[in-house]
Design a protein around this ligand. Sequence first.
Ligand code: HSE
Length: 446
Amino acid sequence: MVAPLKRRAELNPVKVGLLGLGTVGCGTVDVLSRNAEEIARRAGRGIRVTTAAARDTGRRRPCDTSGLVITNDPFRVVDDHGVQIVVELIGGSDLALELVLRAIDNGKHVVTANKALIARHGNEIFARAREKGVMVAFEAAVAGGIPIIKAIREGLAGNTIHWLAGIINGTGNFILTGMRDKGRDFGEVLGEAQRLGYAEADPTFDVEGIDAAHKLTILASIAFGIPLQFERVYTEGITNITPDDVAYAGELGYRIKHLGIARRREDGIELRVHPTLIPQRRLIANVDGVMNAVLVNADAVGPTLYYGAGAGADPTASAVVADLVDVVRVLTSDPENRVPHLAFQPDAISDLPILGMEDVETAYYLRLRAKDRPGVLAEVTRILGDLQISIEAIIQKEPERGAPDATIIMLTYRVIERRMNAAIGRIEDLDSITRPVERIRLETLG
Ligand code: HSE
């Protein structure tokens, strides 16, 4: 007989221990309790948080923690015999790694939202989890509430994935959007993102692209079946983007987005995070504010776009709880027959190399400052022509009143970065060029 719905959540619930009771921890407690019956209908059993570790056990929290044993010793949670699944939400790499490995050694399944942990130590964690026959689920580590891991790992399992490009840091997107819409400067918008709680503990992780590089590492691994290789990601932040660049890009029909791009080529894989001009007619160019989106181009399905909240208590908890449900559903299944952690069978991981940035092929936006005199443009275009770099558009801005220099904006067609570096070097050597050339890469994402 089917148990009445009201009681299903209480029937032999799976016991969960939380590491961290901050924004996402409280969100997880909230979602589990708010949707207890729906979750139990899906998982087949209830899921109950029994214990949690928090730095400050006495703090008032925005969630109902009655019934939870709260400790300030996280090792008590991972060593708790009653706990079957440990949810790691403390962030960072060192302590989190120690706790997660100990939980695995204790035979517990792990759910984590920690992108730095998975990107940097995932290969070791998954190997240990396989030895112990436990699951490590990490949907919340990439793009918050968007089920992008599941979409790529399971939904697109029939495809060869060509490339993916994502806005995978909400703080960076919030800043670029604020600069474009309100003409505000970088620092001002960053301050607002911090006040709203989107930014990482160290906001340089957001604005320098490190957070996005962690997430891209994970996406590339499950898209292409390669090991996690965070140290091989080319990473460039958004701190050099000026309101002028944002405006010039707009005049040319583009928006500047901070993208993580992973592209499979015959000779290797491009793995890069940098500001990127993209045509404003693309859907992903219109993903604004703190929202995230990932565009995946695969052979059978073509392009698919995944959009949603990339941070915040409830959206991230949505991903954590989905992982909990997944783990509960397979608790009794044969470990050999589960979905592999990194989508591909461990003995089928490819050793395709990650290409150096000089070998990447992309188009460019160039901003030059030049003396306003005859022949300058001809000198610049000759250098580009000599290096077989084709120009797609040029605009020249008159010098501002009293200023000696003119600004020249150029868009080029695709070229190998090594050749563009050579061109920029030669252009900067020209006597008529008065400042270093600013370059922003451009992708049509077609
Ligand atoms: N700091 C991150 C962001 C939070 O801004 O996207 C979610 O990983």
